[in-house]
Design a protein around this ligand. Sequence first.
Ligand code: C2E
Ligand code: MG
Ligand code: MG
Ligand code: MG
Length: 288
Amino acid sequence: SLRGSGDYTGKTYDPAADRDAPDRVALLGELRQALDADDQIVVHYQPKVAVTDGRLVGVEALVRWEHPQRGRIAPDAFIPIAENTTLIRTLTTKVMTAAITQTRAWAANGLHIPVAVNLSARCLTDPDLPHQVLALLAANAVPPSLLHLEITESAVMTDPQRAMLVLRDLRDAGIQLSLDDFGTGHSSMSYLQRLPVDELKIDRSFIKDLVTNRGDQVLVRSLIDLAHNLGLRVVAEGVEDEQSLGLLRELGCDVAQGYHLGRPAPASALDLQRAAVAARCGGRALRW
Ligand code: C2E
Ligand code: MG
Ligand code: MG
Ligand code: MG
């Protein structure tokens, strides 16, 4: 499925609806070319907002493929294919470079917010990754504290021992780690406690019916308490309305992300979004 198409503008390419949809091999070939081009692989940014006062506390970098013939392709349609090949490394480097460059530009304009980049399983077991990331940060004079990396439990589980070494190196260097899509994977409590992470992101599937579903409320409350007891910050993914945000505030959730707070958009649109969110939040103290 093309979950969360991040449809900032226009419609997103849907391979299921395309009678001439390319097979995986063809798509990989096209992706290889896209990575060599300048303008096909682009990064959008989605706000992460403090639940208490609406402060902008960071952004998540989300990749999009602007295919010259097929239109925009969402990451779920090509990341899993790229993950089986070394192309995922090229892609990750490209996204990371864009995100770090953008973060430097924001910082130069007085906006000191961390950018979160998603890491796939194959990158997590690459022992060179920490060194490469730190070199990229240094080259752009961006402090490691302004880079967060989002990982999933299932990615860690691919090779837990090697992943743990990479994660420790990253964290020792001052890069914060975030556990993405929490609740959808193995969700072994013992692993959660051993993983060197700073933040837990509750998966959208637990948030989308939060207002009406008592079971989800109980679950989300428990996850927030669990995370806090482990000293972790909690992010709710996929917050789509004001009621859900209010409920998350009552439950003590720290950070919210979702269409209600801002859709993934090009960096240039972030200022426009700030104005829109500020207007929508009306009386409530809102400091972006
Ligand atoms: P994710 O990291 O869990 O990112 C959140 C996804 O939920 C994004 O989908 C985002 O657009 C979408 N989303 C955010 N708020 C809402 C909301 O309120 N409602 C709904 N329905 N959806 C919302 P997107 O951009 O299509 O990305 C999908 C997944 O692709 C990401 O899930 C992440 O796992 C992966 N991904 C994206 N960019 C990268 C990347 O640069 N590298 C890697 N390795 N994976 C990436
Ligand atoms: Mg993520
Ligand atoms: Mg997620
Ligand atoms: Mg995900």
